[in-house]
Design a protein around this ligand. Sequence first.
Ligand SMILES: *Cc1c(COP(=O)(O)O)cnc(C)c1O
Length: 375
Amino acid sequence: MSLSPIPQTSPHASYQTYKEEIDRAIALFLERGRYILSDETVAFEEEFATYLGAVYGIGVGSGTDALTLALRACGIGAGAEVITVSHTAIATVAAIELADAVPVLVDIDPHTFTIDPAQIEQAITDRTRVIVPVHLYGHPADMDAVMAIAKRHHLCVIEDCAQAHGTEYKGRKVGSFGAAAAFSFYPTKNLGALGDAGMIVCSDPEIAVTARMLRQYGWDANRISQVAGANSRIDELQSAILRVKLRHLDEENAKRRELAKCYTAGLQQTTLRLPVEMTWATHCYHQYVVRVSHRADLQAHLTENAIGTAVHYPVPAHLQPAYRGRLKTAVSLLHTEQAAHEVLSLPLFPALTHTEADYVIEQLALWSATQRQPN
Ligand SMILES: *Cc1c(COP(=O)(O)O)cnc(C)c1O
């Protein structure tokens, strides 16, 4: 069988799928000539918040900004400690520091790759203000447990939903549990723009008003700065494109789930450890992440056979040069460090065909068979 190379992800394929609708939206945008915070943005903010079961959406420049400004809108600032994980996109930790707050990193649950609720309480001090669960790879964090701890200690919860557009916890979409949630629309995310974009989602009118001010110089309705703000507005053009793609999000997530099911069925006999979906979870499969002990070898085999893979993430936040030795961490980040050595993200995007997925499975099975032979 001869196939074209299979990328790990393909935002361009997603554009091709909806090309006509997206091109039409762009043409309309060009005709209208309104470039910043206009009708498309207002509509997209409302549609996305409604999709999630929340009230307010505040479009911003990126997922990182969404998290930073959500923290600030919740009154989190200098010296406040924010408990989160080290096994995440570096943006999670960067955003906390950009809000002048102090990240405190705890370990993950090795099955779901999300914050281990059992590790949170030991990390709480009298300066702790927030817990930031990350719904990593599209699997939700254990929100009942996280919310119960937050309630007991009067902490705020801000969800990092950058990889979880449409993910559900016990039938309810993530992004509606905490005081606020941060979404990224980076091109490869399940809902991806054709450039940078992000959104803060919340249901508290005060947080919404503050977040709206913070994204634009701290301006009030008279364009007078009431707080020290930023310039982090979502592009009107990206809002127009994202409105088109939001209409197809459920359908695209269903395709991801279908492909994940193929992988899980096809890879049962291999030596790979496959991702789990807890009974309380509806995974949106932003990534399909396997665990393997000879990762570099497997990656090389797949590369030779024209299959793209990625490692999310090879170095935990607390071990990256910018942060090493100066971040507050739990005593042990054992599961975090082990995951960093073993995780491998297989090709997964809605336009991936079943024929391609079968070829990936076949190549994984071939490699796996060589692993079983005694050396
Ligand atoms: C992508 C991502 C972010 C940052 O989003 P940007 O839009 O790239 O700033 C934050 N957290 C997680 C978990 C992400 O995957």
